[in-house]
Write a protein that binds this ligand. Structure first.
Ligand code: NAD
Length: 247
């Protein structure tokens, strides 16, 4: 479904991002995953190469909250592969701190990685996509971008911003044949959920009509669809993959 396409996936070393990378590779894309440290990037690449030695996958670890570092990494991808067809902004952190225990620094952390870093990656990539005649950007949002969350307000705030950026840029970049969408996962079985307090996971899980948390691969399937030509007329969409959690 993605034969010949070149993709960047941030936060591609584990969880949902790792499954997106696998799914894209299995569907013929060349992928450069961005992680936070050399060690985790190397581990992810090793796993992928062991799974299929023919997969064309590479890794980098720019500081995603540093616009200049991200711009440089994006330029290196373009230099090596000649184009960038798909940008997946997936790296993110969650928070569950009650308001009265929050600090301004903690709030800033959510905004820096979950919002500003997306902009830093989109800016240089969109210029490349425009020049080559089009492309596709997919951001990882969350069901809390629709329902809110009763603690850790920095996290839902950041994901509401992700939706705003997605819909606005879809409107702005349509004329350049750049599609911009987001996937809004519900509770998905990754390290992020394992890090949440048990009672928070329990409370969220109780409200899932499908009666279970999602698998990372089920979320990655939505990223495959949105990146593929099957979604050629889909842009500005926030696609929920949440077992109807927020309904
Ligand atoms: P995860 O913790 O397993 O993975 C997060 C990814 O982000 C990792 O690859 C990590 O290296 C990267 N990352 C974290 N901090 C970083 C930093 N400072 N710099 C660079 N990279 C950094 O979590 P996940 O569940 O796979 O989360 C992926 C995305 O899905 C996030 O944007 C998250 O908000 C979103 N999401 C997850 C769930 C869920 O239930 N797991 C639900 C809704 C949305």
């Amino acid at each position: 479904m993605l034969s010949g396409k070149v993709a960047i996936v941030t936060g591609g070393t584990r969880g949902i991002g790792f499954e997106i990378v696998r799914k894209y590779l299995a569907n013929g894309a060349k992928v450069v995953l961005f992680g936070s440290r050399q060690e985790t990037v190397d581990n992810a690449l090793k796993k992928l190469h062991e799974e299929n030695g023919a997969w064309e996958v590479d890794g980098k670890y720019p500081k995603l909250t540093d616009a200049a570092e991200v711009e440089k990494a994006v330029a290196e991808v373009k230099e090596k592969y000649g184009r960038i067809d798909i940008l997946v902004n997936n790296a993110g952190i969650s928070q569950s701190t009650p308001l009265y225990n929050y600090t301004a620094e903690e709030f800033d952390k959510a905004i820096d990685l979950n919002v500003k870093a997306l902009f830093y990656a989109i800016l240089p990539t969109a210029k490349i996509m425009k020049e080559q005649g089009g492309g596709c950007i997919i951001n990882t949002s969350s069901m809390v971008s629709i329902s809110g969350q009763p603690a850790g307000v920095g996290y839902p705030t950041s994901k509401f911003a992700v939706n705003g950026m997605t819909i606005s840029l879809a409107r702005e970049l349509g004329k350049d044949n750049i599609r911009v969408n987001a996937v809004a996962p519900g509770v998905t079985k990754t390290d992020m959920v394992a890090a949440l307090p048990e009672e928070v996971v329990k409370r969220i899980s109780m409200g899932i009509p499908l009666g279970r948390a999602g698998e990372p691969e089920e979320v990655a399937n939505a990223f495959l669809y949105l990146a593929s030509d099957l979604a050629s007329y889909v842009t500005g969409e926030i696609l929920s993959v949440d077992g109807a959690s927020k309904a």
